[in-house]
Design a protein around this ligand. Structure first.
Ligand code: AMP
Ligand code: ZN
Length: 495
């Protein structure tokens, strides 16, 4: 029996604004699409938070035994501010600044994105399509929408006719915006635009002479609109009607609203059953964003090279910090909060490690392990509530510590259940990494060497040879190994 047959998972659906029981379209299988990055600069931690939120979703669905097809695209063309009426393609802009071919920009930042995701131990998606690899599919959808009467051509560009669409469908159902209100608020902006209405959006844009990323089409040499890319790539790999579509909260409008409109216009059916939106990571109370410079890059965090940080933090600690907040809550980034998370992370890992040296202490357990295990599932079944899950893992940590001190008891079968459950949630579901215990033979050797240096440093300190003890601490720190003196002795972390 698969776990999903025993566990009832509810997902908060941004479309209906309710938590709903997950009912896959095809039994035992889930199709999930998540909007990927626009690759014209390094991803910042805010972007990472959204992708890690969906890594958790992917991992938990897989853990429950679903066959998940997870599609996350790369936007390598067409992501224009305001349909190009107030700016150029950011990839082209960057190519000019860095004196690169646009596809070199795309490659450079796609590689950075993949490296960062790997450092966070995020699983790669099942399919990672690029917008430029799906131009034919996008042209086909534009043709369909024109044929249905919901788009029009103007000077070689094609726009989606929102007013016409709204006569037969509802535009604004995801964001809760009313078309009449949107029109009333933007009336005077309409003047020199090619669009019939400012709410119309580009499906295809004719390329200006300087725009070198261009493809032939029935309307002009040009490029597709950003919203269209996701409709083309999601429906190509998941079908016209699929289970889950995700992205950051800021993509709800207009991006996802437009995706719904395009899909309904071409297929006459709602494309997605569950819309999921991850909330923002903020810095100093403001959204982390590429455009404002209010952001921290993952590598600045891993190296500690940023004025906000007092030291370096391991990727797995940063991930743990993010999962201590629910994905639909705003999370503010700060050194203090990270430091607190790091302590918690070490406590959990210490407890997990000590489990392997524990033995059964009787036939009865003084803690309801089966009930606790179900509480872990209940947390995740309630719209992926990772902070509640982590609180449950801390409950188990208290019990493990009591077992170590001999003030609690555990039976043999419960010990195995506790070990397996801790392992499943820490490593499979949350995707954390134990920097110290896990890893290959080399990291175990490294661990032995560091422990040896810690004991030499303790001897030096006992002999009041502070020059030597400081030298050991400082030189280890330079190598990215940080020693921490606590009341139970010295521990270390790898930065
Ligand atoms: P972009 O490359 O700008 O298309 O963004 C990639 C993803 O990161 C999108 O899903 C955005 O919603 C998300 N994102 C951007 N800024 C933040 C932030 N500060 N916190 C969380 N997610 C973000
Ligand atoms: Zn998208």
């Amino acid at each position: 029996m698969k776990l999903f047959e025993q566990q009832e998972l509810s997902i908060y659906n941004s479309l209906t604004k309710k938590k709903e029981k997950l009912q896959p379209i095809h039994e035992g299988a889930i199709g999930m699409y998540v909007c990927g990055p626009t690759v014209y600069s390094n991803v910042h931690l805010g972007n990472c938070r959204t992708f890690l939120s969906f890594d958790l979703v992917f991992r938990y669905l897989k853990h429950l035994g679903y066959k998940v097809r997870y599609v996350r695209n790369i936007t390598d063309a067409g992501h224009l501010e305001n349909d190009g009426e107030s700016g150029d393609d950011p990839i082209l802009k960057k190519a000019r600044i860095e004196q690169l071919e646009p596809m070199e920009v795309v490659q450079k930042y796609s590689v950075d994105f993949h490296n960062v995701m790997a450092k966070f131990n995020a699983l790669p998606p099942s399919i990672e399509p690029t917008a430029t690899g799906h131009i034919i599919e996008q042209i086909k959808i534009v043709e369909d929408i024109i044929a249905k009467g919901y788009a029009y051509e103007k000077n070689g560009s094609v726009y989606f006719d929102v007013v016409k669409f709204n006569e037969d469908h509802t535009y604004g159902k995801l964001s809760g915006r009313q078309l009449e209100d949107m029109i009333a608020n933007t009336r005077e902006l309409a003047a020199q635009s090619e669009k019939k209405n400012p709410q119309d959006f580009a499906l295809w844009k004719k390329a200006e002479p300087q725009h070198i990323m261009r493809w032939p089409s029935p309307w002009s040499d040009g490029f597709p609109g950003w919203h269209l890319e996701c409709t083309a790539m999601s429906t190509k790999y998941l079908g016209n009607h699929f289970d889950i579509h995700g992205g950051g909260m800021d993509l709800k409008f207009p991006h996802h609203e437009c995706e719904i409109a395009q899909a309904e216009a071409s297929n006459n059916q709602s494309p997605v059953n569950y819309w999921m939106h991850a909330n923002m990571l903020t810095l100093n109370g403001k959204k982390m964003a590429k455009s404002t410079g209010n952001n921290i890059l993952p590598n600045e965090l891993f190296s500690g090279d940023n004025s906000i940080l007092s030291k370096a933090y391991a990727p797995t600690v940063a991930k743990f910090f993010m999962y201590q907040a629910h994905y639909r809550s705003i999370l503010d980034f700060s050194n203090d909060a990270l430091e607190a998370s790091e302590k918690g992370y070490f406590r959990l890992m210490d407890a997990y490690r000590s489990l392997s040296s524990l033995t059964a202490s009787g036939t009865e357990s003084s803690f309801d392990i089966a009930g606790w295990r179900q509480s872990c599932y209940d947390a995740m079944n309630d719209d992926f509530n990772s902070p509640i899950l982590i609180a449950q893992l801390f409950e188990a940590t208290k019990y493990i510590n009591a077992l170590k001190e001999g003030t609690a008891t555990i039976s043999e079968s419960d010990l195995e259940l506790l070990q397996n459950t801790m392992h499943d949630f820490l490593f499979d579901v949350l995707g954390l990494v134990d920097q110290i215990a896990e890893g290959d033979g080399d990291s175990n050797k490294l661990s032995g060497v560091v422990e040896l240096l810690i004991s030499l440093r303790n001897e030096a300190r006992a002999n009041k040879d502070f020059a030597t003890s400081d030298k050991i601490r400082d030189q280890l720190l330079e190598m990215g190994i940080q020693l921490k003196d606590g009341k139970d002795g010295t521990t270390y972390s790898l930065n």
